[in-house]
Write a protein that binds this ligand. Structure first.
Ligand SMILES: Cc1cc2nc3c(=O)[nH]c(=O)nc-3n(C[C@H](O)[C@H](O)[C@H](O)COP(=O)(O)O)c2cc1C
Length: 434
């Protein structure tokens, strides 16, 4: 039986992706971009659609009200800005897409539109922008605000932000640059326009002072989970990032909902690709999960609980981690993950240590095993979901990378489930190949 053909993205950050797993040498080496340049080459050889950089603008300090364990475990920081890294990664590659995160809450639209246009030119049409509204109070305080506006208002602002960016990107028509030596005209002024944007939140005269970039706009990506978030992504995004919570039925429903919402807004749903974020765990030959040492277990637990403190806005240091998950924990941030944890405590007697030692996999989806087993599991899920791709969680898995690109991907290619060659050259063309 023919498999559903799917796309591949690789999720990472411009930081120490695998501390302490990959040791001291890697720990200090990534900041000059050399690691990610090599990564881009490896992923391009495996014909991934894109590398994706998440980002945030804080040093975490929610756990025990201290930065100590965030910094010790390299959870949220240190992190460098991924945008300047994209052109560096483009230098030694020719096709792989390069997507980075930037916040609509903190950037002025004109500056970000200009920056992304520049990066799309520098990468010859391979740039993408993950549009986030940011969710951390600490980030707000870094920009002189006491707190963030409520999520729905942040999305209202983001909608207008994107509308303005598109007008600015369109302020240069295709063919505006003529460089005609006979007439002496470099740019045809009839093809460059002011935008005179007057919104509720932003005003801008325009035009942008860049050239029109190879793709016109960078590819727009977003991960909406709430009602308002899904409305935003189905209106604006071309790459939508989904979670695998809810298993296959949940994935299917999420993808269908995004497609339906997009169609209602006059878009072609096939112009949107939904990528599901997933870890993979590849076992060495022999097919058994390697036993973790006690020190590795403790390190993973500490990393996970400190990370969760910042992302859920809960100080987990206050609780007994070996008792069933306390039912009186309240969160400042996303609550669905916390509800899931409390339920595991209530119904299965799980402790915080159980949950945070288990590592990832809260989705209930299991992509672990030998190279062949992982490939089979991915294909089985995608055959049922019907598309469009997986965003493979890279951080923390550097040692698995050779098995992924030299083992799992070739197995998927042999089965006809992923591409063996690029057809397009820009990121948008590559995403629309199938
Ligand atoms: C794969 C994935 C990547 C994300 N990357 C970021 C990121 O880099 N920075 C950030 O602030 N939020 C990030 N988010 C959070 C989303 O932007 C969004 O806020 C979240 O999915 C919740 O959806 P909602 O805003 O509709 O509630 C990411 C979410 C997912 C699923």
């Amino acid at each position: 039986m023919a498999h559903t053909k799917f796309h591949l993205g690789y999720f990472t950050k411009f930081g120490a992706t695998s501390w302490p797993g990959d040791g001291k040498e890697f720990g200090s080496q990534w900041a000059d971009g050399s690691y990610h340049k090599e990564l881009a080459k490896m992923l391009e050889a495996a014909k991934f659609d894109f590398v994706f950089f998440e980002d945030s603008l804080i040093v975490g300090d929610r756990y025990a009200n201290s930065m100590e364990l965030d910094l010790k475990n390299a959870t949220l920081s240190p992190k460098l800005d991924p945008l300047p890294l994209l052109p560096l990664m483009a230098q030694d590659t020719s096709h792989i897409g390069l997507i980075a995160t930037a916040s609509t809450t903190f950037y002025p639209p004109y500056l970000l539109a200009r920056l992304l246009s520049t990066i799309d030119s520098l990468t010859k049409g391979r740039a993408g922008w993950n549009m986030v509204t940011s969710s951390e109070r600490n980030a707000a305080m870094n920009f002189g605000m006491d707190k963030l506006l409520p999520p729905n208002e942040r999305y209202d602002i983001a909608d207008e932000f994107v509308e303005l960016c598109k007008k600015l990107w369109d302020s240069w028509e295709e063919g505006a640059l003529v460089a005609d030596t006979e007439t002496g005209v470099y740019v045809d002024h009839n093809k460059v326009h002011t935008v005179n944007f007057e919104g509720k939140h932003f005003r801008s005269r325009g035009p942008l002072n860049t050239l029109r970039s190879p793709q016109g706009y960078p590819v727009l990506a977003q991960a909406g989970a709430s009602e308002r978030g899904k409305q935003f992504s189905s209106k604006n995004a071309e790459v939508v990032l989904g979670m695998m919570t809810g298993g296959v039925p949940g994935m299917k429903a999420y993808r269908q909902e995004i497609r339906d919402r997009a169609e209602k807004q006059g878009r072609n749903p096939d112009d949107i690709k939904v990528f599901f974020l997933t870890p993979v765990e590849i076992f060495p030959e022999g097919g058994e999960r390697p036993e973790m040492t006690e020190a590795e277990k403790q390190s993973a637990f500490e990393h996970n609980i400190v990370m969760a403190s910042s992302s859920l806005d809960v100080d987990f240091s206050q609780y007994d981690v070996d008792a069933p998950v306390p039912q009186d924990i309240t969160a400042g941030g996303h609550t669905s993950a916390l509800e899931y944890m409390k339920k595991a405590g209530r119904e299965e007697g799980k402790s915080l240590r159980d949950l945070f030692s288990a590592g990832k996999g809260a989705s209930g989806m299991d992509f672990s095993g030998t190279v062949e087993q992982v490939a089979e599991k991915m294909m089985a899920v995608m055959d049922e979901v019907g598309g469009d791709g997986f965003l493979i969680e890279g951080s923390g898995y550097n040692r698995q990378l050779p098995d992924l690109v030299n083992g799992v991907i070739p197995a998927l290619q042999r089965a006809g489930a992923v591409r063996t060659e690029y057809e397009g050259t820009t990121l948008r063309e590559i995403l629309r190949e199938f």
